[in-house]
Ligand binder design. Structure first.
Ligand SMILES: OC[C@H]1O[C@H](O)[C@H](O)[C@@H]1O
Length: 310
């Protein structure tokens, strides 16, 4: 299958801490690592490793971090034809702090990614894809937002409409303006975690939030509920899909949600019914969390089969 992915590529600085620092405090991490990351990068790498043809649209700086941010993207065979190089803005770097009890804080610098130039979007790349996957960070601000809106419109208006998957992402929730919520809801498939769902709808219960999305016209929603697995929602059914416990210990959740989204799209496009696609995605997200770094755990179809058989 052919996927066109729009989303950030970054250099992730990962800090594992006993607790998040208070204002004015200096804390020493138990572990500090630098890894390639970004939602777009991780979704693309996962799809390519699952055997798909992937083009990633993102923008890096003309600096030494660019090669590092794109290392796994390049190695996994993702096409770099839609990667843009920005002469002024730097490659995005992200600081991710997390604690053993699952708290997380991030400092995200959109940098070059935000400058993705819409004039360089090739309609044929969208029309020739089997699916477009968008990280909603790309809908938040800057020229990248125009690029992404243009891509979604092209997909939806194509002679043979191309399905659009949108993954919300924590940083995007508060920035997706009301005019754009329609785009998020109008996705063929919307994936998000429970915190993002509640923040997006300004409600306090998952069922109320899903009802609100339904009233607004959502079509298919998958909610990642961490250790509980995921919830598949359509206007006619709601199903809780149990989590999969993979071999290995959970050491880092960075990128697990992006891996989930990629595996979900892979499963849907290869003909799986929604609950089974969510089960496969649960397995992929859980596997991703067994290594430090968003793209550190290569996941193959055989890995997913083995995880599902456990
Ligand atoms: O979704 C996880 C990603 O979010 C941040 O953008 C980091 O780059 C990380 O790789």
């Amino acid at each position: 299958m052919k996927f066109f992915v729009i989303g950030d590529v970054t250099v992730d600085h990962l800090y594992h801490l006993d607790r998040l620092p208070a204002p004015g405090e200096e804390v020493v991490p138990g572990r500090a690592t630098m890894k390639p990351g970004g939602a777009g990068g991780t979704i693309s790498v996962t799809l390519a490793r699952l055997g798909h043809t992937v083009t990633l649209a993102a923008r890096v700086g003309n600096d030494p971090f660019a090669e590092y941010a794109l290392a796994s993207v390049r190695e996994s065979g993702v096409s770099l034809a839609a990667i843009q190089v920005d002469p002024e803005h730097l490659t995005s770097t992200i600081t991710v702090m997390q604690t053993p009890d699952g708290q997380r804080a991030m400092i995200s610098d959109g940098a070059a990614n935000r400058q993705l130039d819409p004039a360089k979007l090739k309609k044929k790349d969208i029309e020739g894809a089997d699916a477009v996957i968008v990280s909603a960070y790309s809908l938040t601000e800057g020229p990248q937002r125009d690029y992404t809106l243009k891509a979604i419109e092209t997909a939806q208006k194509a002679k043979k409409p191309v399905p659009v998957f949108i993954d919300l992402g924590t940083g995007a929730v508060n920035k997706v303006g009301t005019d754009l919520i329609e785009n998020v809801i109008g996705a063929d498939y919307l994936t998000l975690n429970q915190h993002e769902l509640l923040a997006l709808t300004d409600t306090t219960s998952i069922s109320a939030a899903l009802a609100q999305l339904g009233d607004a016209g959502a079509r298919r929603v998958v909610v990642k509920v961490g250790r509980m697995g995921s919830i598949v929602w359509t206007p006619t059914e709601t199903e809780l899909v149990d989590p999969i416990k993979p071999e290995g210990r959970v050491v880092d959740s960075t990128g697990a949600g992006d891996t989930f989204t990629a595996a979900f799209a892979h499963a849907v496009l290869t003909g799986q019914p929604l609950p089974q696609a969510a089960r496969i995605a649960n397995a992929a997200g859980a596997l991703a969390a067994t290594r430090v770094g968003a793209q550190a755990r290569p996941i193959t179809p055989a890995d997913l089969e083995a995880a599902l058989a456990r």
